[in-house]
Design a protein around this ligand. Structure first.
Ligand SMILES: *[C@@H]1O[C@H](CO)[C@@H](O)[C@H](O)[C@H]1NC(C)=O
Ligand SMILES: *[C@@H]1O[C@H](CO)[C@@H](O)[C@H](O)[C@H]1NC(C)=O
Ligand SMILES: [Cu+2]
Length: 214
């Protein structure tokens, strides 16, 4: 462009320059055309945005994660954040749905091989290759159920609940942490998802139901 400009627009080749100030047609075109392009980009973007927010596939299993700041119930009365889970699809014989606590293992408590502040006493067990609906709600402080390797982060404030869906493809243990740094002893709240086969999951559920009924 520079060479072309130097070649054409010098005094020798073009002694009298043209004095174009306005070009109504070109100005209309170069205003409308980009906005039409933006419009075409916006239509699929909005569709994608809203479809990511909703639960598209009818979920097989619903799990509720309830974030608590901390309790002194376990570990000799020391403070530990907890995030109970409720598998709302199953009832034990006393008509209570399957619930269990998921306490953070305190800093000085991990066993050999466990990660510091990244272990819980009860992991949430989910089946692989199944559409899951996660309902997240906090009891006291804002909470965020986040498992980066599953691509989910679900924020929620007290008094509301939020919804997200996941489908785990491979068996394994997936680590996450609450992504709201809210108050003492809540910052490290680990979220540990253990994905097992559907059969192992069914066994786990029936074991838990027997445990909770007795
Ligand atoms: C569980 O119990 C509740 C309350 O009694 C009842 O409304 C619900 O239908 C039961 N669900 C199942 C899956 O049995
Ligand atoms: C639900 O979670 C999403 C993703 O974290 C967030 O953008 C949205 O604000 C949350 N909704 C509520 C009601 O908390
Ligand atoms: Cu939290």
């Amino acid at each position: 462009m520079l060479v072309r400009a130097l070649w054409h627009f010098n005094e020798k080749t073009n002694p009298i320059p043209q004095r174009i100030v306005h070009g109504t047609t070109i100005e209309i075109i170069r205003t409308i055309f980009p906005s039409v392009i933006l419009l075409f980009i916006a239509i699929p973007s909005f569709a994608l945005l809203y479809s990511m927010d909703g639960v598209l596939v009818d979920p097989t299993i619903t799990i509720k994660a309830i974030g608590h700041q901390w309790y002194r119930i376990k570990f000799g009365g020391r403070r530990a954040s907890t995030q109970p889970y409720e598998h709302s699809d199953y009832n034990s014989s006393n008509e209570q749905s399957l619930t269990f606590d998921s306490y953070t293992i305190p800093e000085d408590d991990p066993e050999l091989g466990q990660s510091r502040l990244l272990e819980v006493d009860n992991r949430v067990v989910v089946p692989t290759k199944t559409h899951l609906r996660m309902i997240v709600t906090p009891a006291d402080v804002p909470h965020s159920w986040a498992v980066p390797s599953s691509g989910v982060k679900c924020d929620v404030v007290p008094g509301r609940s939020n919804l997200t869906s996941i489908s785990v493809q491979r068996e394994g243990v997936y680590y996450g942490q609450c992504s709201e740094i809210r108050g003492t002893n809540h910052a490290f709240t680990p979220i540990i998802v253990e994905a097992v086969t559907l059969k192992d999951y069914a066994d786990w559920v029936s074991n838990q139901l027997i445990l909770q009924t007795n």
